[in-house]
Design a protein around this ligand. Structure first.
Ligand code: THU
Length: 161
């Protein structure tokens, strides 16, 4: 038996002011668009902003449903929009933020497992890592260089060839 360890590096910033202009702009856009979320059930508004390789910014928010499992996360709304509007242009970065009446939004949230799987599909499809910038409306920001890092032992299309 051999013991293996999985780990990955991520960057931690005290707040948005320490980010590069590109990352800060993306996080600011994700924060702003939390206003457009449709989250009457959880009251947990998620905003996501993507930068395409051509510099264009696209936005997404979570869209809930009275039949709870039908709701969709902001990240997957955004990936669907990006892939539909620009099926040939990779997403190179995505910022994710949230706002809620239930607590102060002062820490990062990270994509759920289903969104990680979707992000990985997108990275694989376009052969490009997606830089993830995660932060609340205020406070520390985490940056991960590729969504793939956040899904060890992922199931991929390689198995289906
Ligand atoms: N949600 C997202 O949109 N993205 C995430 O990364 C985590 C969770 C949404 C789903 C649901 O509408 C609400 O947040 C509470 O789970």
């Amino acid at each position: 038996m051999k013991q293996h360890t999985y780990g990955f590096n991520y960057e931690v910033y005290d707040d948005i002011s320490q980010l590069s202009t590109a990352d800060a702009d993306l996080l600011a856009a994700a924060r702003l668009v939390t206003n457009k979320a449709y989250a009457p059930y959880s009251k947990f508004n998620v905003g996501a902003a993507a930068r395409l390789e051509n510099g264009e910014l696209l936005l997404g928010t979570n869209q809930e449903n009275a039949s709870y499992p039908v709701g969709i996360c902001a990240e997957r709304v955004l990936l669907g929009t990006a892939a539909t509007l620009h099926p040939d242009i990779p997403v190179v970065a995505m910022a994710i933020s949230f706002n809620t009446t239930k607590e102060i939004s002062n820490h990062p949230i990270s994509p759920c497992g289903m969104c990680r799987q979707s992000l990985l599909e997108y990275e694989t499809r376009f052969h490009k890592p997606i830089r993830l910038i995660m932060g609340g409306m205020q406070g520390p920001v985490y940056v991960v260089e590729s969504a793939k890092q956040m899904l060890p032992f992922a199931f991929t299309g390689e198995e289906l060839k």
